[in-house]
Ligand binder design. Structure first.
Ligand SMILES: *Cc1c(COP(=O)(O)O)cnc(C)c1O
Length: 430
């Protein structure tokens, strides 16, 4: 399978190149040249399969031409070492819980899969992953890459600007993960990483790559759990008119769901739930895409003003606004509405949503037509947002053992100033 750029001005790339480079030469996002539908019989039998079997079928369709089948099987089983169960919230609304992985959020799936695929393509020579984080990406990437052979990860984060819970998820790992505490803000971290990628001398001395969320190896595996969500709803006999709602920021997650639909997954339609950052919602309404600076909200992993995967959605639908609107609708909620939703659902049903999932729940509760059943992605464990969630519900969400273990681990970090010369000197000395 070859991959083309959404900007159309870069040469076709192999999977290996798309994974190692991440972004195409023309700054476009890679898309597979074709999307292979899965056979009807697969969807008839999907209710009898388990998560890993379902995911393998999707993985073979994406990557089967380019990755040895046994290796791919092994990567899928290693990536999905945890379940993504469905939980009933209302009679017609279910949560697809994507937060049972190492860092309690859905990004664990893509991060682990990408780590293993990069390692497969690294052909023995050490690859160095540079990742700038404002919190959550760093932890998902660090944990996904932990102990993966042939790869060293440098996580750059702004000193004093990430929460202690987030910080301990990438500073306590050790081994092939190095946390660099930069005396600056997130933009400084990002600038250091960008400069490093453009520095010929540095690139000649060490093989550098990024673990960006737009990488096809992080993005496509997110389709796995849409198939699995459908399979579980089918087991419950609730899959006939299924509406799937994805809380969205950069739109990678929902885009993977749209790929699954293109492969034949019988989802009736999708809803993209946003916080107050409503660029996509406005696009659906007006047909005009008007990116803008992001606004801070309590669902902060969705504070995105110019979603990177918008280009993929446009491409998938041939830039046809009407076609996009026929598959996807939108919703946008203020912090106040998110808080209201968390409280209302918790008081009435006992189910505790995190601030992102709450947007998904609410969009379904307002947007389902009679006869439809809704499934929303619960993208993170509520304990990841403990302070926010506790203040809203007035009770105390228990911190899962996995998160507590991070908090008890020994912190190791290397402080660095924010100038590029110091960063380069540090890397060159490694
Ligand atoms: C990253 C993230 C999102 C947004 O996902 P996108 O793929 O960027 O749309 C939603 N919720 C949580 C908890 C996240 O970490």
């Amino acid at each position: 399978m070859m991959y083309y750029s959404t900007n159309g001005k870069a040469p076709l790339a192999t999977l290996e190149k798309a994974v190692v480079k991440g972004l195409a030469e023309d700054r476009g996002l890679y898309m597979p040249e074709s999307i292979r539908p899965l056979p009807g019989i697969f969807f008839e039998n999907i209710g009898e399969m388990d998560f890993r079997e379902v995911a393998c079928a999707a993985a073979y369709a994406f990557f089967g031409e380019d990755v040895d089948r046994d290796v791919l099987h092994d990567i899928v089983y290693d990536t999905l070492s945890f379940d993504c169960p469905v939980a009933k919230v209302d009679d017609d609304i279910y949560a697809l819980e994507l937060f049972h992985g190492p860092t309690l959020a859905f990004k664990d799936v893509g991060a682990r899969f990408m780590a293993r695929l990069l390692s497969y393509f690294s052909s023995g020579e050490q690859l160095n992953v540079l990742v700038a984080t404002s919190g959550d990406t760093g932890s998902a990437v660090a944990n996904g890459f932990l102990d993966v052979e042939g790869i060293h990860v440098y996580v750059l984060y702004p000193k004093g600007k990430v929460s202690p819970i987030q910080e301990c998820q990438f500073t306590t790992l050790g081994r092939n993960i190095t946390a660099l505490e930069i005396d600056g803000v997130f933009d400084d971290c990002q600038a250091l990483v960008k400069n490093a990628f453009m520095d010929d001398e540095l690139n000649a001395a060490m093989r550098l790559t990024s673990a960006n969320s737009i990488n096809v190896a992080r993005f496509l595996p997110q389709a796995f759990y849409y198939f699995w969500g459908y399979a579980q709803m089918k087991k419950l006999d609730l899959a006939d008119q299924l509406v799937v709602c994805t809380p969205s920021g950069n739109f990678g997650n929902i885009c993977a769901g749209l790929f699954a639909k293109r492969m034949g997954l019988p989802v009736k339609r999708f809803i993209a739930a946003n916080n107050a950052n409503c660029v996509f919602f406005d696009y659906l309404r007006t047909g005009v895409y008007d990116p803008r600076p992001s606004i801070q909200t309590i669902a902060n992993a969705m504070d995105v003003g110019d979603p990177s995967n918008f280009a993929r959605i446009l491409d998938l639908y041939g830039h046809d606004h009407a076609a996009i609107c026929s598959d996807i609708s939108g919703a946008t909620y203020s912090d106040e509405q998110i808080g209201e939703t968390i409280r209302e659902v918790f008081d009435r049903t006992g189910y505790l949503c995190d601030p992102h999932g709450a947007c998904g729940y609410r969009a379904l509760s307002e947007g389902l037509a009679p006869g439809e059943t809704g499934l929303f992605c619960e993208t993170a464990h509520p304990a990841k947002f403990k302070d926010t969630v506790d203040a809203i519900t007035g009770s105390s969400v228990e911190i899962p053992a996995r998160l507590r273990a991070f908090m008890e681990g020994r912190v190791e970090r290397t402080p660095l100033p924010k100038d590029y010369a110091s960063f380069k000197e540090y890397l060159m000395a490694r």
